[in-house]
Design a binder for this molecule. Sequence first.
Ligand code: AMP
Ligand code: MG
Length: 356
Amino acid sequence: MTAEILPPTPAHLTRAVAALARGELVAIPTETVYGLAGLALDPLALARIFAAKERPTFDPLIAHVQPSPPGQRLEALSAAGLVDLARLSPAARRSADRLADAFWPGPLTLVLPRAAGVPDLCTAGLDSVAIRMPAHPVAQAILTQLGQPLAAPSANRFGRVSPTTAAHVHAELAERIAWIVDGGPCAIGVESTVVAVQADGACALLRPGGVTADQIATVTGQPICKPDVSPLALPSPGMLASHYAPDKPLRLLPAPLGQLRVRLCDQLFRPGDVVLVVSGSGEVERARVPVDRVKLVLLSPDGSDGTAARRLFACLREMDTATGRLYAEPVTRSDGLWPAIADRLVRASAPRARVC
Ligand code: AMP
Ligand code: MG
């Protein structure tokens, strides 16, 4: 099998929907990253996702749902057989309603009480289920035509760099899936923010992503809280230290290049090394490193968080082709999408996890 890349014509979408309805897998575009989609309520389809990605089954999946009107979104999750609304406290229900109305369709995933019929493979046996309503028009068209929720984790082999173009998916999974629907490069470029809505209506941040913690706190009217990290109550089992990793080890520099001494840079870098410049335009950075030996990759030529997020995974893939060693500047800002970018870079540079 070699995956075919399909432009999103009506005929191709119909073909993709028919394959999904049969329990097969199709890679689809979303505004965050490309997803490897399969029926969220079909254990066999879910098993195919875990096998294709080599993803450990302790890592739960996010169910993606079709668009529905504001004010009716939680009811729609119940009607789709995903969520048990009776188990939401009034305060949690209020927050979840507000969040779904404010940020859906979009890059926010809500962790809510699961309905009895959701397969254990989707939730990793947890009592909750993660749900998102994507904003990408192609994902929406597929979900609406299909009329069933889709699990769609990033369309890459487990632990590796997430794909933000159809070509990236092809490079990752060409021999394992039949079809990739091409919706162009992803507009956001990092995965969704994942929050668990708690009984008091506050949200615990399980993964930083395309919606910021401040935006969430403003909508719920309550400060965001940290998840319980006790080993007995794994709040978000998939959040492993090593993730999003290039083939080659990635090292985080102790400070941005502009703050490192020229002598240190001279000693540190060898010919062929590559450095990811996180928010600088390259001017200051070029003065610090021997540019004849070291390549600089500019993550955000305009300095914005949106550009940095959109380019992050493509830059990591590009860097992976270098002959030398890979370095990245640390993220020094904590507003907007920077925490999500920092999270990905820290995990991409963490020692590799071994999953048995
Ligand atoms: P992804 O890898 O983008 O498919 O996102 C899935 C991630 O969402 C998992 O690795 C978990 O960190 C988180 N997640 C999914 N379901 C749950 C859940 N029921 N409870 C807590 N976190 C969840
Ligand atoms: Mg992923």
